[in-house]
Design a protein around this ligand. Structure first.
Ligand SMILES: [Ca+2]
Ligand SMILES: [Ca+2]
Ligand SMILES: [Zn+2]
Ligand SMILES: [Zn+2]
Length: 283
């Protein structure tokens, strides 16, 4: 049942709708949800093909007890910011601290570096910093960054709540994990390099002509990780870090001018820079 609808001009790009259950777009809302998952809202990407201009539209589950002050129920500001990310074309992040992670953190409304990179990558241009942030989001295993705070599922990724651990500081955990697990390392006898070249092309929309050069950058980054954290060599990368889920930065092909102009020979692994990235991940 549609309870209220934002007034919209015929040519409005973004229509906001509060609705319950089946509301006419084949993605019906789930009321209270079940099995530890509860959909609060969903949004159609800007390029969503729809005769009825669903693209860019945000729908909120009107069953929920919405609040604006972080009290009982679902926090409207958190969910709105996340959904606006989708209307701008951002997909989900694999980084738990990100606004674009499918479960929101009650304690923070700040954009994470990964959110900033996703926006920047899409609307300004590609950068090495954001490439590294993205790579780390891909290879740092999810479990180590699980939040203790209550979290709510924002939309339909069906990721269960997970409040299970009483843990030491995140940075300690991340460092320990990086030290002890199979961080990828490019070797002749494995397919790490090919795997990441495919990822650059498919997930970050790198143009084919710079993918191969950037395979070198990625491999140097992983070598640096191994030096810095004395990782064991990972022959079993594909088994350990097989990609599940999708973490895209979307991108027009003309946004890669900076990378095309970059001097790849200068891009040695920088330990201080990397420590800074780790500290960003440990917030
Ligand atoms: Ca629309
Ligand atoms: Ca719901
Ligand atoms: Zn809907
Ligand atoms: Zn979402």
């Amino acid at each position: 049942m549609v309870k209220s609808k934002a007034t919209s001009e015929e040519d409005a790009d973004i229509t906001i709708l509060w609705a319950e259950g089946d509301h006419g777009d084949t993605h019906k809302f789930d009321g209270p949800g079940k099995n530890g998952s509860n959909i609060l809202a969903h949004t159609f990407y800007p390029n969503f093909p729809s005769k009825t201009n669903l693209n860019g539209d945000i729908h909120f589950d009107d069953y929920e007890n919405w609040n604006v002050d972080n009290s009982e129920g679902a926090s409207f500001p958190h969910v709105l910011v996340h959904e606006i990310g989708h209307t701008l074309g951002l997909g989900h992040s694999k980084k738990q601290q990100a606004i674009m992670y499918p479960i929101y953190r009650k304690d923070s409304l700040d954009l994470d570096l990964d959110d900033k990179c996703a926006i920047n990558w899409s609307y300004v241009g590609a950068s090495d910093l954001c490439l590294y942030i993205w790579l780390l989001s891909e290879v740092v295993p999810k479990k180590i960054a699980v939040e203790k705070e209550t979290t709510y599922l924002v939309d339909d990724n069906r990721i269960p709540f997970d409040n299970d651990i009483d843990q030491p500081s995140r940075e300690t955990l991340i460092k320990a994990k990086l030290r002890n697990t199979a961080i990828p390392l490019c070797k002749k006898e494995n397919k790490v390099r090919q795997h990441f070249e495919t990822m650059l092309e498919k997930r970050l929309n790198f143009p084919r002509d710079i993918v191969t050069d950037y395979g070198d950058v990625v491999c140097r980054f992983f070598e640096g990780l191994h030096r810095e954290f004395k990782n064991p060599v990972a022959g079993n990368f594909h088994d350990t870090f097989r990609m599940n889920g999708v973490h895209n930065y979307f991108q027009d092909s003309d946004r890669f001018q900076y990378l095309r102009a970059a001097n790849l020979a200068d891009q040695e692994f920088d330990a201080a820079f990397f420590q800074w990235i780790i500290s960003e991940f440990s917030k």
